[in-house]
Design a protein around this ligand. Structure first.
Ligand SMILES: [Zn+2]
Length: 363
């Protein structure tokens, strides 16, 4: 005969069990394999807004929807604001307004319009700077503008070497414990937006001309390193040393790191003409650490993806500017203890990005 032990199965235990089952069923953030979503963030690239008729890219192969890009941004913001779990932040990957605004002398008005649209977003935006920022504005202007979101940085108090210098626009922040995001300045070395009488301009122009003998410095024709064109830029040794310090701290602290840059750095994920000038130097720093899980970039408009041999997922986001009105181009990245999942909208595809085994964390 079996006696039911009420001492073990008390009404209180029964009630607790029921509540646990109900809570599990109501939890939308649990994957089928039981892993729990930690946080999410939004991504959008190359809005390139201008109040002008549609046009085409340099090769005349892709249409550019200059006015409609603002409506694409509005729709993306409405979507993020409605998500069941709000993204913690949005990463704007650069080229927020198009260089045409400078020709028509409406750069500030256009920037104001796009920034007013961003005000509808209920979460913070981290702004990256691309070539079109420098077609419209000087570095000094950008530093004092709303596109400078360095005030959102986190500081590692006891490690002063992880504080970026004022010579470039880069910072790091922690949207969730043990996840550090590093925003890089891919135009730290550049001939764009910089005082042409400065020694740094001279140094950058020398570097560009050494690799690009073309009269038209925006042309990659005949180059063995086609990324050395005027519309790209690179990372100074000073910035790379700083990145190395941050990644050293993250390794020690067992963090996972996401890097954000306008320019991509991995050839398998990008057209070689779109890479940062000294992308190999950036890869060398990243590959000497185990903490980096993802590198997010814009600039290519076509998008691209590749996982490198060290398990870093390189994502180049499809650009808003070359997205037809009946489509979309933005995404939300959902972060789990063992992977990131990009939920793309429109022409941004979904991607599952597993961490290398030793990077998977146990929460
Ligand atoms: Zn660009």
């Amino acid at each position: 005969m079996i006696f039911f032990n009420w001492a073990i199965f008390s009404p209180l235990v029964f009630l607790e069990t029921c509540l646990e089952v109900m809570a599990d069923k109501l939890k939308p953030d649990v994957m089928a394999d039981g892993s729990e979503r930690l946080f999410s963030f939004g991504v959008i690239a190359d809005i390139q807004y201008a109040d002008i008729e549609d046009g085409y890219n340099y090769q005349k192969s892709r249409r550019r929807y200059y006015r409609h890009s603002l409506l694409h941004l509005q729709a993306a913001i409405e979507d993020w604001n409605k998500e069941s779990t709000m993204p913690c932040c949005v990463l704007q990957l650069g080229d927020i307004i198009d260089g045409y605004n400078a020709q028509y002398k409406v750069s500030e008005e256009s920037l104001e319009l796009v920034m007013n649209t961003f005000k509808m977003l209920k979460v913070p935006v981290h702004h990256t700077w691309g070539n079109h920022e420098f077609y419209n504005f000087t570095r000094d202007f950008l530093t004092n503008s709303k596109l400078n979101t360095k005030f959102l940085e986190d500081q590692i108090v006891h490690h002063p070497k992880t504080s970026p210098s004022e010579n470039y626009y880069a910072y790091h922040f922690v949207p969730f414990p043990k996840f550090r995001f590093v925003l890089l300045d891919a135009y730290d070395l550049s001939v764009l937006g910089i005082d042409q009488s400065s020694p740094k301009y001279e140094q950058c122009m020398k570097m560009l001309r050494e690799h690009n003998p073309n009269k038209e410095l925006n042309s990659p024709q005949g180059l063995s390193e086609p990324q050395y064109v005027q519309f790209n830029g690179g990372f100074s040794q000073e910035q790379l040393n700083w990145l190395n310090e941050v990644l050293t701290f993250s390794d020690t602290n067992q963090e996972k790191v996401v890097i954000v840059s306008h320019l991509p750095i991995y050839p398998e994920a990008s057209d070689s003409v779109c890479l940062a000038w000294n992308y190999t130097d950036a890869l060398a720093v990243i590959w000497s650490h185990k903490c980096v899980v993802c590198f997010l970039a814009g600039h290519t408009h076509d998008g691209g993806y590749s996982e490198d041999p060290f398990g870093v997922h390189h994502v180049n986001l499809e650009g808003v500017i070359e997205t037809a009105p009946d489509s979309q181009a933005f995404g939300t990245v959902h972060v789990y203890p063992d992977k990131m999942m990009l939920k793309g909208r429109g022409r941004v595809p979904d991607r599952i990005m597993n961490y290398k085994k030793e990077q998977a964390s146990h929460f």
